[in-house]
Design a protein around this ligand. Structure first.
Ligand code: S3P
Length: 166
């Protein structure tokens, strides 16, 4: 089984993917990290050099062509479910889990903003307004996940049970 973790930047996809893979004794794959390794540059540099549209093409292609092991947990980029037919593709090929957090919870967790091109230079107030606006656009996609969990203070054991119970 392939488990795709989706959700907004800062909701804990990478950390939870590692903890979950540990518990399930399977591989963990971070699609952003795969792009960084493949391109030999950070996501911020890729955005700066090629623009967001090129990045969205590349992340969709990476999602659909990655040689996934039979059982694995995948951390996806925050925008990935919201472009092309990516969400539909993930629902078809695995189990999708939305790690839901409220905008104030996300602000409290997004300290390192410089490595995220969409958040560069924002103070807390600007970030809150940005997240509220983006979530209004993105929730529709995230909510297509098969499992939706409250991700604030989420314990990996609880997450595992929620996934197995579905
Ligand atoms: C993005 C989220 C980032 C990364 C890129 C764009 C987004 O991933 O893919 O900076 O559009 O929300 P994380 O959610 O892992 O930060």
């Amino acid at each position: 089984m392939i488990i795709f973790l989706v959700g907004f930047m800062g909701c804990g996809k990478s950390t939870k993917a590692k903890q979950l893979a540990n518990r399930l004794n399977c591989s963990v794959i971070d699609l952003d990290a795969e792009i960084v390794a493949q391109e030999g540059k950070s996501i911020a540099d890729y955005f700066a050099e090629n623009g967001e549209a090129a990045f969205r093409e590349l992340e969709s292609k990476t999602l659909k062509t990655f040689p996934y092991p039979e059982t694995c947990v995948i951390a996806t980029g925050g925008g990935l479910p919201c472009f092309f037919d990516n969400m539909e593709w993930m629902n078809k090929h695995g189990k999708t889990v939305y790690l839901h957090m409220t905008p104030p919870q996300l602000v409290s967790r997004l300290h390192n903003r410089e490595k995220r091109p969409l958040l560069k230079g924002m103070d807390d107030e600007q970030l809150l307004a940005f997240i509220e606006m983006k979530l209004a656009e993105r929730d529709h996609y995230y909510n297509q996940a098969q499992i939706i969990v409250n991700a604030f203070d989420l314990d990996a054991e609880v997450l595992e049970k929620q996934i197995k119970g579905n």
